[in-house]
Design a protein around this ligand. Sequence first.
Ligand code: AMP
Length: 216
Amino acid sequence: MRLIFLGPPGSGKGTQAKLLSQRMGLLHFATGNILREAIDKGTPEGRRANPYMANGQLVPDDLVNDIVRARFRSSDKPTQFVMDGYPRTLTQALSFDEILKEQGLDLNAVIFLKVADEEIVRRNSARWTCMNPACGATYNTAFRPPRQTGRCDVCQQLLFQREDDKAETIRKRLQVFHELHADVLRHYQERNLLAEVPGTGDVEAIYARIGKVLGK
Ligand code: AMP
């Protein structure tokens, strides 16, 4: 199965993509995680991405396209995957089309998780992340709080609020999302790949909706 997950930041696409990858044995390809890891490691890509990410802006298309292309050309290239957070612009979608064509891979579906803006701001500003980079677990104080306030359930480290989870950064990201995503959605709609799924309700209810769309 080869899937793309689209949706505003905080729509729950990361959670759903992760679940789906675990349950269906797909690679969870999350460009946000790859970029954060690059920043933590201080690689050239990380240094270039850092100021954009801290301001809630998208990193330049060529940077993220190069990362994705390199991975799909590598010896352990993904063949069964769920893309989470990529493509985010039409330029990225076109580049990804080329990469997939080059590798002889077809997409099965593009899932768009639909959630209203006010709901996104409410949810995202409630998101807390484990400080331990090896863990990176995320919590939502509104609907998936940690057992102990401010501490990770998995590794007991402190939780912190990512710069890009703060309300002002979220509003900027939503603006960027709306400006750019219309083209991406249209692109996949024209290829009859797009399926819109309401991203509200609990995690399993949303998962079941996605499963139905995928015929599982
Ligand atoms: P995410 O974890 O998907 O919410 O991504 C966090 C941040 O990483 C975004 O706000 C962007 O700055 C950057 N990012 C992740 N994926 C992309 C992408 N496909 N294109 C541009 N920037 C990206």
